[in-house]
Design a binder for this molecule. Structure first.
Ligand code: PAF
Length: 306
């Protein structure tokens, strides 16, 4: 395999000539745009998978789905500063472009990587737009990560305008983000279909996440508590009240010295409002955010219909 020695700014880098895979890295939107324009002259649809890099199998499953459904796929790799409310979290976020490109190279199909620097995407105004997502932004993650969804909305709006995708793919691990993105494309009147994809899990149940790379072996092992608690709640949901389920989940975390619960919530999937009691016809999901040391993990699971 050809060794990647340098990633050139503003030019396409073919990573593996031998296998004729068309993986290219673009650092500038102009060159990405001109390549996309020439590819889509042949009326190929564009699938888009936005990421912050440190790719894992969960991301790859989104890219695979995008490749199945589109002629060309763009994967953006950009650690977006405006969605972090914690400078140390931003600094420590893994940046592994070469490894990411190698991983994407294992897939078949036309993939373009867009890995801009902050200026290429934001110009000299690295600020968030202020969005009203109809209240979705105030629930759960919104309560604990101030300005987070304004940052996510801002960067996705910029990326959608550069890439002009036919379809964009998001994992359900960030379910709140997925619902907010659906609202964002309505607000910004963007002609893109948003496709939600199921959560991929490690063999012991932990949801795949770029942050898992930062867990120690012990933290990784013990983090399966999140999955098992969600599974328990899912099983008990038809029989127990919301208050009882809340208690069961909180107790499970209280007993663990390895994880600190930030929130457990059962929420209506449409408006993400915390459910006080179950109502027939509504659909619910259970959501968790917890810390393993200083690593923040989130997960969620659908609950049976009532
Ligand atoms: O889910 C993520 O990785 C990020 O929030 C996204 C959608 C790439 C925007 O920066």
């Amino acid at each position: 395999m050809r060794k990647i020695t340098k990633i050139y700014a503003d030019c396409a880098l073919y990573l593996n000539f031998a296998r004729f895979l068309s993986i290219m890295i673009y650092h500038q939107q102009e060159s990405l745009r001109s390549q996309l324009d020439s590819l889509t002259q042949k009326k190929r649809s564009i699938g888009f998978v936005p990421t912050m890099g440190a790719l894992h199998k969960g991301h790859l499953s989104l890219v695979e789905k995008a490749l199945e459904e589109n002629g060309v796929v763009v994967v953006s790799i950009f650690v977006n500063p405006t969605q972090f409310d914690n400078a140390s979290d931003l600094k420590k976020y893994p940046r592994t472009l070469e490894a990411d490109a190698k991983l994407l190279q294992t897939l078949k199909g036309t993939i373009l990587i867009y890995a801009p620097d902050v200026e290429d995407l934001y110009g000299n105004q690295v600020v968030s737009k202020s969005y009203n997502f109809g209240g979705l932004e105030h629930a759960m993650e919104g309560k604990y990560r101030s300005g987070h969804f304004d940052g996510v909305g801002t960067v996705l709006n910029l990326l959608f305008r550069v890439i002009r995708p036919t379809r964009a793919y998001f994992g359900e691990k960030d379910f709140q983000q997925l619902q907010i993105v659906r609202r964002l494309v309505e607000i910004e009147k963007l002609p893109v279909s948003i496709v939600g994809c199921s959560i991929l899990r490690e063999s012991h149940g932990l949801a795949m996440s770029s942050r898992n790379q930062r867990l120690t072996k012990l933290q990784f092992e013990k983090a399966d508590l999140i999955y098992h608690t969600l599974k328990k709640v899912q099983k008990l949901f038809p029989k127990k009240s919301i208050a009882q389920l809340q208690q069961i989940a909180e107790e499970a975390f209280r007993e663990s010295p390895h994880l600190e619960l930030e929130y457990f919530e059962i929420a209506n999937i449409q408006n993400l409002k915390t459910a006080q009691r179950k109502r027939k016809g509504n659909e619910y999901r259970a959501f968790v955010a917890a810390y393993a040391g200083e690593i923040r993990l989130i997960d969620n699971m659908e609950l049976p219909k009532i």
